[in-house]
Design a protein around this ligand. Structure first.
Ligand SMILES: Nc1ncnc2c1ncn2[C@@H]1O[C@H](COP(=O)(O)OP(=O)(O)O)[C@@H](O)[C@H]1O
Ligand SMILES: [Mg+2]
Length: 273
């Protein structure tokens, strides 16, 4: 299925990211097949929707699916994959790789890498993917990681090319270059996806610190579509989307009453160009 939009809800803790993610995903699923993903380690989708959601995609209704990513589980799988690939290319040091796996697991970008990788896979099957992000700092790191890993793979690719020349000279096959190129392509695809289909709602309320964080997100992610949103809007005027309060925003039926139309307008109509 062709992905139309990858929608991130970002902002300070407690501003309403999870609540708005749920409400928007519910409404989008009335139009087309939608996936709701929580990447915040402090998952709260289950509590808000009143339905148990876990680390495996589950159907909420005909058109809505949800998952709370277990980054730790994904890191474990990722580490095994890296170690097994390295073992194939460096059979002499296979024994030492077990110890090395600890370093991979705790490497600074492992968590972000596996989350992005998984998002790319998940995005294949839905028209809309709605992402309940972790609070601002972690969320910005997710985007920085994508750029950083891309740079890293460009570097690796140059090294791999040199290695390939030597191997060919010695009359040997070399799959290493091919594997690096595949990974590099995957990261490029992800960056393109974020640029072309990504839309970020930087959520705040009328509290100054949350407004500042929304502003920071907009400034940090200049090459993406970032829209500021005031959730639980009361009186403040300015250049942002306003979402009013709802008395009890819990459970599917109640959440359908949350007035998220201005957000849907940006997702479905205005952001098409
Ligand atoms: N539009 C709204 N109207 C009323 N209450 C809201 C609204 N949005 C969020 N809340 C409430 O604010 C609190 C924080 O919301 P939550 O979605 O968990 O924030 P975050 O995910 O950003 O930490 C929750 O108690 C939630 O019910
Ligand atoms: Mg939340």
């Amino acid at each position: 299925m062709l992905l139309k939009k990858l929608i991130f809800f970002a902002g300070k803790g407690g501003v309403g990211k999870s609540t708005l993610s749920c409400a928007v995903a519910l409404r989008l699923s009335e139009i087309e097949k939608t996936l709701l993903v929580s990447v915040d380690p402090a998952h709260s989708l289950s509590g808000i929707l009143g339905i148990q959601i876990g680390p495996v995609v589950r159907a909420i209704n005909d058109n809505l699916y949800a998952i709370e990513l277990s980054a730790q589980e994904l890191v474990e799988k990722y580490t095994k994959r890296v170690i097994s690939a390295l073992g194939d290319f460096l059979p002499n040091v296979k024994a030492g790789l077990k110890e090395y796996s600890q370093y991979i697991k705790h490497s600074p970008t492992a968590l972000e890498t596996v989350i992005l990788d998984h998002l790319l896979d998940l995005s294949q099957d839905y028209a809309y993917v709605v992402i309940d992000s972790a609070p601002t700092g972690q969320m910005l790191r997710l985007f920085e990681t994508a750029h950083m890993v891309s740079g890293w793979f460009n570097f690796l690719s140059r090294l791999a090319k040199e290695r390939q020349k030597v191997q060919t000279f010695m009359g040997k096959e070399d799959d290493f270059y091919k594997i690096i190129e595949e990974r590099k392509q995957r990261i490029e695809n992800l960056l393109n996806l974020l640029r072309e289909k990504g839309i970020i709602f930087a959520i705040a309320n009328e509290e100054p610190l949350s407004l500042k964080e929304a502003q920071d997100i907009q400034e940090a992610l200049r090459d993406m579509k970032v829209y500021k949103v005031i959730n639980r809007w009361k009186y403040m005027e300015g250049d942002f989307i306003k979402i009013p309060s709802l008395e009890s925003p819990y459970g599917i039926e109640n959440l359908k009453n949350l007035k998220v139309e201005p957000l849907l307008e940006f997702i479905v109509y205005k952001a098409i160009s």
